[in-house]
Design a protein around this ligand. Sequence first.
Ligand code: FES
Length: 325
Amino acid sequence: MSLSAAQATGAEAVFDAMVRSMRVEAKDILSLELVRTDGVDWPVAAPGAHVDLQVPGVGVRQYSVLPSDATRSLWIGVQRDPGTRGGSRWVHDSLRPAQGVRVGAPRNHFALDTGSGPACLIGGGIGITPLLAMADALQRTQRAWELHYCVRSRDRAGFAALLQRYGERVQLHVDDEAGAPLDIEGLVHQAAPGTHFYCCGPAAMLRGFAGATAHLPPECCHVEHFAAPAVSAELPSGSFVVALARTGGEFVVSPVCSILDVLLDAGVDVPHSCRSGVCGSCETRVVAGTPDHRDVVLSPRERAEGKTLMVCCSRASGDRIVLDL
Ligand code: FES
């Protein structure tokens, strides 16, 4: 559901906005400054948050929010993706300053822990963007932290203006020059007890991170995925019934369909984007029943609570689930 800027108030709000400026950060990476056309400040974006950008003819794409000194400006970073389905290509090739865009309110599935212990941030490529906002917040609260920024080559290292604020807390790792990927296992091994680890980057990096942190308490390990692990949507499952608490109606979800497919076929308007359990756009409240989670968005605690599920990929663990729709 899209609302006008005047109506927009909640997490699903969508704002009319304009590109005020664009900056080349590095090879194939742009940052965009977005301002609301109604002249009002953006809702607060917690560190790690992202926004939905509506791409004409393509759909909704998610981009992490960069730190900004002005609440009137919302900055995002966009890397041209060679495997793009059109989102980043449109931003790089067609979007220009003064052009209008529609942007969702910030949402966050990659939050900083609220404790006072040390934090180790590990970002690969454009995966640095949510970590920049975290670095900014950590610096303001004077917590112990370090950021490891991994790029394939030096010309792909962006956001120099932001990173130089933090001096030696930021370590740049250039794969081409080092001859090997970052030693995540070594970092974890050397870290102070109680450190929280955050990782956002390509699949190979996330696999390395998962292996290096497997022995740590899950609540200390935080990841954000660009794409779903290949196996997440392939688990076997039987049919079940999905019931809608607010609008009524019951539908059978067969083993070869997602809840989202069934709801869209029935004319139920459900926000969605990636359809693979990565972006969080389709998160829906559960009224009754137990979800069988298959996304990579929810934290272990959120999965155990079972209060929401991603209807694009997750299912019911029993024969019926009731959703707040
Ligand atoms: S549409 Fe992206 S998580 Fe469901």
